[in-house]
Design a protein around this ligand. Structure first.
Ligand code: ATP
Length: 233
């Protein structure tokens, strides 16, 4: 479904991606792993049209979309849950959800506010609270709900559980497992390897702006040397 080939991205003269390549097939959960500063967020932002890559390819169902603007990527079915959540602070929970509601791909099983509230009952209780008054966990649930309201075919999560208490983290993982079981494709960046082993089909390890290892959960679980070398575990 998503195929990223040889992406090279710069910040000014400083190169951050050096031929980044990976793919996510329909219905798969795939992770990008790696230490801080290795280029995971830059990869997500390069795909989403937030940063323009200097070269390389991003195809969605075979169509070249590299360099497209971020609203176009959203319309094409990529739902981003960005690093730092980026909730609209002066809109209520309900308004945050309404703000992105769309169905550009004419999905049949559409996401509604009620469906998001069913997944995250905490959000229903806070429906009229302003974004800036939510806890970190509530903001994260809202960021996921907001991305779902675009009815994406691929959900992209950048550090979705960072800084969250274990209980809230578990709620997020459960919700993601539900989404996976419903057939949604998911690309996830996170540091909680044990949770990712449960959730994901395949993993890519990113080091200095390129993929240095890829494999499935079973292979990564057994590759202790790889975990130690690239993830410091
Ligand atoms: P983290 O988990 O810390 O977010 P990451 O793997 O997502 O790490 P990136 O944030 O993509 O890594 O950073 C990749 C490289 O690009 C790093 O060397 C970083 O310092 C650099 N970089 C990231 N954002 C910028 C920016 N806005 N301007 C200049 N350099 C940047």
């Amino acid at each position: 479904m998503l195929k990223v080939g040889n992406l090279e991205t710069f910040y000014g003269t400083s190169q951050a991606l050096f031929g980044m390549s990976f793919e996510v097939n329909a219905g798969e959960v795939v992770t990008l792993l790696g230490r801080n500063g290795m280029g995971k967020t830059t990869t997500v932002n390069s795909i989403m049209g937030i940063i323009k890559p200097a070269s390389g390819s991003v195809t969605l169902d075979g169509n070249e979309v590299v360099g497209s603007k971020s609203f176009k990527m959203a319309n094409l079915g990529l739902g981003l849950v960005p690093e730092g959540r980026q909730i609209f602070p002066n809109l209520s929970v309900r308004e945050n959800l309404i703000a992105t509601a769309s169905n550009h791909l004419n999905m049949s099983d559409v996401w509604t506010i009620e469906r998001v509230y069913e997944m995250f009952p905490e959000l229903k209780e806070r429906a009229t609270s302003m974004g800036n008054l939510l806890s970190g966990g509530e903001q994260q649930m809202l960021a996921i709900g907001r991305a779902l309201m675009t009815n994406p075919k691929l959900l992209v999560l950048d550090e979705a559980t960072e800084g969250l208490a274990p209980l809230i983290r578990d709620k997020i993982w459960k919700a993601l497992a539900q989404l996976r079981d419903s057939g949604l494709s998911i690309l996830v960046i996170d540091k909680n390897l044990n949770d990712l082993f449960q959730l994901a089909d395949r993993h890519y390890i990113v080091e200095k702006g390129q993929v240095v290892w890829s494999g499935n959960s079973k292979e990564l679980k057994m590759a202790k040397d790889i975990q130690q070398r690239y993830l410091g575990i």
